[in-house]
Write a protein that binds this ligand. Structure first.
Ligand code: BG6
Ligand code: MG
Length: 218
């Protein structure tokens, strides 16, 4: 593999925003009168905002009109953004910053490939937006993961062929999206959750650019 670019998912890879998504969704579930557990929240990882709301409503066995759903999603997002804007910069996950900087120094191009419409807010909050050569987020794409659009758009903006890109993903739908785009995918998490990934690492903690180069030279 001649790897020229690294494409990072955001939520769960660069920063653990799942806890804020959970608090905001749970508040909504509480108001609608049902319990939304942390286990239920696992189903929302990598999933778009509206699909997340549908999953939440399925859990509570609640059926609502589309315009009501839009209002609820907006309410949840307002609360979520309120929390994210208070997030300190040191919430960037351990090891991520050093991998990003080392990859840049070695001449790899770096892109973000995220489903989130709040990606810019989050990157600015943790002060890393300048490290990216391309930022593709939920505002730019029309097809959610596992569709490969977000990663293909990233490769295209970097002017790198998909087969020369490596994707870092923490969600099964994202791994599938990378493969649908013919990209090698490194899963961040557990083999049980990311069985389809080409290789899985638990996190970026103690992971170096040399480890990365060993993986891609296999
Ligand atoms: C993904 C998250 O990155 O973005 C999902 O894993 C989230 O949990 C999705 O629903 C959309 O995010 P946002 O910030 O646009 O609501
Ligand atoms: Mg993710």
């Amino acid at each position: 593999m001649k790897i020229k670019a690294l494409i990072f998912d955001l939520d769960g890879v660069i920063v653990d925003t799942a806890k804020y998504h959970y608090l905001a969704w749970k508040e909504l579930a509480d108001e609608l009168g049902f319990f939304f557990s942390k286990t239920d929240n696992e189903k929302l990882k990598g999933v778009s905002r509206m699909r997340s709301l549908d999953i939440l409503l399925e859990v509570g066995k609640v059926e609502l009109e589309y315009d009501v759903k839009l209002q609820l999603a907006a309410k949840k997002n307002e609360r979520y953004v309120g929390m994210v804007k208070k997030m300190p910069a040191d919430e960037i996950l351990p090891g991520v910053l050093s991998v990003l900087k080392a990859a840049k120094e070695k001449g790899y191009k770096i892109a973000l490939g995220s489903a989130s419409k709040n990606a810019m807010t989050i990157l600015n909050q943790i002060n890393i937006s300048d490290l990216f050569d391309a930022i593709i987020d939920g505002n730019k794409v029309s097809n959610a993961k596992p569709d490969p659009e977000v990663f293909l758009m990233g490769a295209n903006e970097l002017n790198v062929k998909p087969q020369n890109c490596v994707v870092f993903e923490d969600a099964a739908a994202g791994v599938e999206a990378a493969h649908n785009g013919k990209m090698f995918c490194i899963g961040i998490g557990t083999k049980e959750n990311l069985a389809e990934a080409d290789i899985v690492i638990p996190s970026f903690e103690n992971f170096t650019i040399n480890d990365f180069e060993k993986i891609i030279s296999r």
